[in-house]
Write a protein that binds this ligand. Structure first.
Ligand code: ADP
Ligand code: MG
Length: 239
């Protein structure tokens, strides 16, 4: 498990900065800093400001890589052509960098672009979603469901109040219908333990930072051994 790299002060500064810019959400890399501070495994990544930097960072991180637009005005990156997966060479990185900037400037010309995030590509696995929200009556709640269309179409999700034990998190995972897919029939089962840890830790983040209104790990990729949050979004409520 990754060691905490960011103290609470650093996280508070990130949140304060967002508020001072009039923003009520944290960008992917900022949200991931909070995950890291609570030991949730995330992608290695670096923010590049031009094609050459992107190529250099891709070599450091190791191919294949993923490129993603980084802008305080863009919440859904794929919708604006801002995500490029499985890039295997420096040439592909260079071309994708240009394509992403072009797509975003066409679809959202007013958006301020901070650069392009170069990030490690997670190996194939099961995509799941873990969320945190606040119930006006009961306080912090965690949500678990399958990734992709499962959540939207089938509403196959489970909820618990935070804080919750690992055992409760495991029950929460086993409760959804999609668990049949996660168990694996011919392929290996998922790392249930790693997934349960992430769920309990999301609950802890909701308790530790009252400014966090909603937290979405969408998706988290679960492997036979290990897990990785590849996208994260945090919505803040003003103090
Ligand atoms: P969006 O802002 O559109 O939600 P995401 O960061 O979730 O953008 O990327 C879109 C999709 O690309 C994800 O749902 C996931 O399937 C895939 N993806 C994103 N990042 C990675 C990664 N680092 N490794 C593997 N797959 C990824
Ligand atoms: Mg996403």
């Amino acid at each position: 498990m990754m060691k905490a790299q960011y103290g609470k002060e650093v996280i508070r500064t990130l949140i304060d900065e967002a508020f001072s810019e009039g923003r009520e959400f944290l960008m992917e890399h900022e949200s991931k800093a909070i995950l890291k501070s609570h030991g949730i495994p995330t992608t290695r990544e670096k923010l590049a400001q031009d094609e050459n930097e992107a190529k250099e960072f891709a070599k450091d991180i190791g191919f294949p890589v993923v490129l993603k637009i980084c802008s305080p005005e863009i919440v859904h990156k794929s919708d604006v052509g801002g995500v490029s997966l499985g890039l295997k060479t420096p040439e592909e990185v260079e071309k994708s960098y240009r394509d992403i900037i072009k797509n975003v400037s066409e679809k959202k010309p007013e958006a301020k672009i901070l650069g392009v995030l170069v990030q490690e590509m997670a190996p194939k696995g099961h995509e799941v979603i873990v969320g945190g929200l606040r119930d006006p009556q009961f306080g912090p709640v965690v949500m678990f469901g399958m990734g992709g269309t499962y959540v939207e179409v089938l509403k196959d999700v489970s909820f618990r109040l935070s804080p919750l034990s690992k055992k409760e998190a495991i029950n929460m995972i086993k409760e959804i219908k999609g668990y049949e897919l996660l168990k694996g029939r011919r392929e290996e089962p998922i790392d249930l333990n790693a997934l349960a840890s992430v769920i309990t830790r999301v609950g802890d983040i909701m308790l530790d930072f009252s400014e966090v209104k909603e937290l979405d790990l969408n998706p988290l990729i679960v492997h036979h051994r290990g897990i990785m949050a590849v996208d994260a979004r945090i919505i803040l409520s003003p103090r």
